[in-house]
Design a protein around this ligand. Structure first.
Ligand code: LAC
Ligand code: ZN
Length: 474
């Protein structure tokens, strides 16, 4: 590897301009991590480079390829697996200056945006056009490039699917600096290997995404939010299956344990509407008119009551709907100060009740809190392993031997998810924190194919090396 000589820095600066390069340690710290709680994975980059055009991205890649300097592309930094933590000896390429909405096509119902557009901005643009982009990663400061690079999901996947369902076009800079234009505004395409599909979930290891085109839907227009408490998490998750068996598909069907939601209440100083029971379901129903949504809410209420619900609470107005969603979305943040790791397993949805039961067995076996929540109807379960106790929404004292307890619980959670036909990540990706389990999940054969693809497309190993898997079998 070539040392970071002054001339090399100057060269980068001459590509991106004075404001586009950071080298001071104080400025680099913010680029040493994502939102993952695991402190040990943090690493300072040698520099941060902020290209302002796609041409600059290509120039930087070409120069780094010659020098053998790894590049870790970075979007909003909201990831939860360490994928944008810099690779050893490498630089970070922040896509934040590539932040243009390039087109909202009202004829084809597509939006084309540069990789550094935050999801919140994209949602606003789409709303202005009276259209709808369903995938909603919890954190709207995620960038569009990053949500493609991790195949982000979120709460609305049950009805509409994840990001991959809406991606129709990509522009990607490959490891030799060549730019590929993949797809377009097409809903159908059968032109050989699915290269665009290969970029989805590639976490910056195969190419640097510079722009994306998403397909959009008509705006459903009308929303209703329900909160339904149950005595047990078991009853709650079982009721979701009943609902889907009745042919009712909510826009979102979340489950939350009250132990976890109390922490989010404390953080936000806001109240979850349900006080009774140990767990709640939260439904968002969408439709084109009041009547449709009201009828759906009544049907949901009937199924919930038959399933043992303690109550069915309806958000009276939009502000209340937003508040409920905010409390649900902040669970991760609220638990994070006392958390070791956030799991993100995805299961065939009928396996959720059994998996959650197993999680709580592990909690008792190992004596470590494992609050659980997630996206009930699409099978995506988040369990947050804690190194401190939780009491009435307050994070308490450290748990003795938490590291060993966490490791044992982690192995148990992953083994159970895999035995049920699940995967170790539904929406956050593998990054650094889950790569030790990848082969056990997808098989050595599949990882060998991933390695072969990586070697073919990035022979010098400069694109975010060491993420998802190691090139050498560990
Ligand atoms: C959630 C994020 C952590 O569902 O995926 O809250
Ligand atoms: Zn989630």
């Amino acid at each position: 590897m070539v040392p970071m000589s002054a001339s090399w820095v100057d060269e980068l600066r001459s590509i991106v301009g004075e404001g586009g390069l950071l080298v001071e340690e104080a400025d680099l710290e913010g680029f040493s991590h994502d939102e993952t709680a695991t402190e040990e994975i943090r690493r300072l980059p040698r520099a941060v480079v902020k290209p302002a055009s796609e041409e600059q991205v290509a120039q930087i890649v070409r120069r780094c390829a010659e020098l053998g300097i790894p590049i870790t592309p970075r979007g909003g930094g909201t990831g939860l697996a360490g994928a944008c933590v810099p690779s050893p000896g490498g630089i970070v390429m922040s896509l934040e200056r590539l932040n243009g909405i390039l087109e909202v096509d009202l004829h084809n119902h597509t939006i084309t945006a540069q990789a550094g557009v935050p999801m919140g901005v994209l949602f606003e643009e789409v709303k202005k056009a009276k259209l709808f982009f369903p995938p909603h990663p919890g954190d709207e400061s995620a960038f569009v490039g990053g949500v493609v690079a991790t195949n982000a999901g979120g709460a609305r996947a049950v009805k509409y699917g994840t990001v991959k369902r809406f991606l129709t076009g990509l522009r990607v800079v490959m490891s030799d600096g060549e730019t590929l234009e993949l797809g377009g505004k097409l809903l159908k395409s059968s032109v050989g290997y699915n290269l665009m599909g290969m970029m989805i979930g590639s976490e910056g290891t195969l190419g640097i995404i510079t722009r994306v085109t998403f397909s959009l839907l008509a705006n459903p227009g009308c929303l209703q939010t329900l909160v339904v408490p149950f005595d047990t998490i078991d009853q709650a998750t079982a009721a979701v299956e009943q609902l889907l068996n009745r042919g009712i598909t909510p826009c979102a069907a979340e489950f939350v344990e009250h132990a976890a939601i109390r922490c989010a209440e404390q953080l936000l100083k806001k109240s979850w509407p349900a006080r009774q029971g140990s767990a709640s379901l939260m439904f968002i129903l969408d439709g084109t008119g009041e009547d449709e949504v009201t009828a759906a809410a009544e049907a949901v209420a009937a199924v919930m009551e038959a399933g043992g619900a303690l109550d069915v609470l309806l958000a009276e107005h939009e502000a209340k709907q937003a508040e409920i969603l905010e409390i649900r979305s902040m669970i991760y943040e609220a638990l994070r100060p006392g958390a070791v790791e956030l799991f993100d397993v995805s299961l065939p949805r009928s396996e959720i009740p059994g998996h959650v039961r197993r999680v709580h067995e592990l909690e008792r076996e190992h004596g470590i809190p494992l609050p659980t929540y997630g996206h009930a109807a699409d099978g995506n379960v988040h369990t947050q392993s804690m190194r401190v106790s939780i009491e009435d929404g307050i994070l308490g004292a450290p748990i003795e031997g938490w590291r060993e307890k966490h490791e044992a619980a982690r192995a148990g959670i992953y083994a159970d998810a895999i035995a049920r036909g699940g995967v170790i990540s539904g929406e956050h990706g593998i990054g650094l924190v889950k790569k030790d389990f990848l082969a056990r999940n997808v098989g050595e054969g599949a990882v060998a194919v991933m390695r072969a693809i990586k070697r073919a497309l990035d022979p010098k190993g400069i694109l975010n090396p060491g993420k998802i898997f190691d090139l050498e079998r560990g």
